[in-house]
Design a protein. Sequence first.
Length: 266
Amino acid sequence: MNDLQNEEKPTNDQSGHVAEPAMAAAAMDGVAAAAALRSVFQRVNQAAEKAGRASDRIRVVAVSKTKPASLIRQVYDAGHRSFGENYVQEIIEKAPQLPEDIEWHFIGNLQSNKVKPLLTGVPNLVMVESVDDEKIANMLDRVVGNIGRKPLKVLVQVNTSGEESKFGVEPSGCVGLAKHVKEACSNLEFSGLMTIGMADYTSTPENFKMLAKCRSEVCEELGIPEEQCELSMGMSGDFELAIELGSTNVRIGSTIFGAREYPKKK
């Protein structure tokens, strides 16, 4: 959680135990995160009710990027099971320290050389939400087959905002990529679409509406009902709007865990 190179390390007593103030602070972080999680579910329920939707059809993925396994465990102990990570190195370090019934989502950009470490290091990875080209789909398909694990659920990431800083296939290419995953990748299970709305929330509704439009086109081409095609959209700042516009999967980080803490640059 902390950058140990830039923070004072907690002092140990003679028995080797971490000093009580540090333990108390960690416990308080866990209590706050569990309370924040309950608040998020209340807001999800309210947004779903407003949209005339069933809240039990909306998954909350608690995004634990930069947060320690000990804090994730406290949120787990509060009853949550769906967690997400953005970086392969983080998830393969944390997952073995945590219960096997956690359902991990990988939501960051995935490079080909990281596919095998991800899939072998996290047996309880249930979904990769960021497939944005055929190359990464083919690599995932090949490695899943080689290691003999059950088919992996994947979402196609769509760049609905047109921002160069964001990953994702162009909206015009989402049907083709979804079709490739479904028809050419037997070890993958095409499960829907994902997008990241613009930081300028005035533009976010258009981004979310674009993803819903993409879903309609994909489902028509693939001959599948829209209820079987997930929409992963909405984060801490816009998840209620996303739910109103049809999201089935919201990715909540800082609202649950607090501000992310990155190592300070020297």
